[in-house]
Ligand binder design. Structure first.
Ligand code: 13P
Length: 251
């Protein structure tokens, strides 16, 4: 299975910045001359259409960072999955810990969003992960287990991203052994929920302070199907450097 390197640009970049970043990634991906991993970028809503136009015809695909659970209606300030698709997105990140924390999103809502995204033809990336307090309390697998069973609908066809909240934007990462343990646990849960074949086919990304210098080691951990990258995805060279970690280890 090819690894997926996904960039979450979060709330960064005006038009010129996003265009330059997209151009840089496109050029770097072309220079790499055939990538051994899949590349995805998730700009802010307002940049999706322009970035999708720049990346059209390149191997880099585009996603949103959230969508509404309803197809349309009186939801001021929200964006539907069909609107993302219409703007050129084919993927969407859902249930990111920043959405869970800042917007009170609970598993049930995330599951409804996953269903809406799938119905609109988007591939969802569903984020799970424990807080520092939960890890210190030894509850990390329990928390992630609940998030998985609550956030993924029946027949889920998408990607799961394990992002420990305490590793996001902090420069801290779990040890490779801890990543291995959690990803093995997530794999078991997916197999339990969706059966052997479908559960094994779901990519499980690692996210949280991934950078070029640690990408190779993290991407080599069993059951790591790629990376969800925040800060380091805002520089084309760093993002491509992370992708080269995937290329080097999974030719
Ligand atoms: P950082 O790579 O900046 O730690 O962010 C990770 C993340 O939240 C990606 O969704």
């Amino acid at each position: 299975m090819r690894q997926l390197i996904a960039g979450n640009w979060k709330m960064h970049g005006l038009g010129a910045d996003s265009a330059a970043l997209a151009e840089g990634i496109k050029a770097g991906a072309a220079r790499a001359g055939g990538l051994a991993c899949d590349l995805l970028v998730c700009p802010p809503f307002t940049q999706i259409a322009a970035v999708a136009r720049i990346l059209a015809g390149s191997p880099v695909v585009v996603g949103g960072q959230d969508c509404h659970a309803q197809g349309q209606g009186a939801h001021t300030g929200d964006i539907s999955a069909a609107m993302l698709a219409d703007a050129g997105a084919t993927w969407v990140i859902l249930g990111h810990s920043e959405r869970r924390q800042n917007h009170g999103e609970i598993d049930e809502l995330v599951r409804e969003k996953v269903e809406a995204a799938t119905a609109a033809g988007l591939t969802p990336i569903v984020c799970v992960g424990e807080t520092e307090e939960q890890r210190v309390g030894g509850q990390e697998t329990e928390v992630v287990g609940w998030q998985i069973s609550g956030s993924l609908p029946k027949g889920f066809k998408g990607v799961v991203a394990y992002e420990p909240v305490w590793a996001i934007g902090t420069g801290r990462t779990p040890t490779e052994a801890d990543v291995a343990t959690m990803h093995a646990f997530i794999r078991e849960e997916l197999v339990r929920q969706f059966g052997e074949e479908d559960g094994q086919a779901i990519r499980i990304l690692y996210g949280g302070s991934v950078k070029p210098s640690n990408a190779g080691a993290l991407l080599a951990v069993p059951n790591v199907g790629g990376a969800l990258v925040g800060g380091a995805s805002l520089k084309a060279e760093d993002f491509l450097g992370i992708a080269r970690g995937a290329i080097a280890r999974r030719p």
